[in-house]
Design a protein around this ligand. Structure first.
Ligand code: NCD
Length: 308
């Protein structure tokens, strides 16, 4: 039963519950009219303490397409947060007005604090460099849609593996599927955090390797997950400038990849994928973005226990 649950980490849902979300998302894609009024009279609060385009808009679009409505803020400066209100108090307030809350916050663990103080379901829409579980549901559904499976895959993750929360969440989620091989492609300054290496990869016996050059990894990959260097999490601008263009996927490099590899990216892109690659049939990052809205519709339907 997903009704009333929070989604703070990718492992909060069992594999069966995750499949339920995908099945509902598929049904929404096939029968959007059936779902157009399931959330009539319900309110979603979006609490965005950090910038976002896709995640916030896809949640808002999701709620509106289900017939519900949305309140919230995207500029914490315009709310009582700027007066020093705690997350706990803000959450208690939101619970009086809305039926479900979506929170993005620069501090790791903030959505968990919110959930502990909440009478309504709280969804983590990204907490600092930590986790981003709804992006992960989107990523898994994209892989399932375009590769037809979530097992027996070699998945390369490239870019800022240290600060990229989507990477941390995706690796965690993939560790539950069988025969997954992970190839970590990053500069040595931006390798995955120790807790992901030890508590996820090593603990679950996942086959993985670390390489510095994208060209070395490309030929064996079924999925390539590109990420941007997370400027906002750097302590100094010089390091960011030195590392920001570490990897640029272009048409020439794509010649090294399998014909049926798919390229994913949580977006926003900066320089790491040349625009010429957008026309390559293997590029799936814009499809991925669209899938994100359907996955979030399915998530809202399930957490609110709505019936189509
Ligand atoms: C990601 C995020 O916010 O972590 N964006 C998103 O939600 N699609 C990736 C990023 O910002 O690089």
């Amino acid at each position: 039963m997903l009704k009333g649950k929070h989604l703070l980490e990718p492992m909060d849902f069992t594999l069966e519950e995750t499949d339920e979300i995908f099945a509902t998302a598929d049904d929404i894609i096939d029968n959007p009219k059936k779902y157009a009024h399931v959330a009539d009279g319900m309110l979603m609060a979006t609490l965005f303490y950090e910038p976002s385009t896709r995640t916030r808009l896809s949640f808002e679009a999701a709620m509106l397409r289900l017939g519900g409505q949305v309140i919230g803020f995207s500029e914490p400066g315009s709310s009582s947060v700027s007066k020093g209100e705690s997350i706990a108090d803000t959450t208690k307030t939101i619970g009086c007005y809305a039926d479900i809350a979506v929170m993005r916050h620069p501090k790791e663990g903030a959505p968990r604090v919110a959930a502990m103080n909440s009478t309504i379901p709280v969804i983590n829409a990204g907490d600092g460099g930590h986790q981003h579980p709804t992006q992960t549901l989107t990523d898994l559904m994209t892989i399932r849609t375009y590769k037809g499976r979530l097992e027996n895959l070699t998945v390369g993750l490239c870019g800022d593996l240290m600060f990229g929360r989507t990477v941390h969440s995706l690796i965690k989620a993939l560790s539950r599927y069988s025969n997954i091989k992970i190839v970590l492609i990053s500069p040595k300054e931006l390798v995955i955090p120790e807790y992901v290496r030890k508590e996820v990869l090593i603990k679950n016996n996942i086959e993985f390797k670390e390489v510095r050059k994208l060209e070395d990894a490309l030929p064996e990959l079924d999925v390539l997950y590109m990420t941007r260097v997370q400027r906002e999490r750097f302590f100094n601008e010089e390091d960011y400038i030195r590392l920001k263009d570490s990897y640029i996927l272009d048409g020439a490099k794509m010649k090294l990849a399998k014909d049926d590899m798919i390229i994913m990216h949580p977006l926003p892109r900066v320089n790491e994928i040349a625009v010429e690659v957008d026309d390559d049939p293997r590029a799936r990052y814009f499809d991925q973005m669209k899938i994100g809205m359907y996955v979030r519709m399915a998530l809202v339907v399930k957490l609110l226990g709505l019936e189509a």
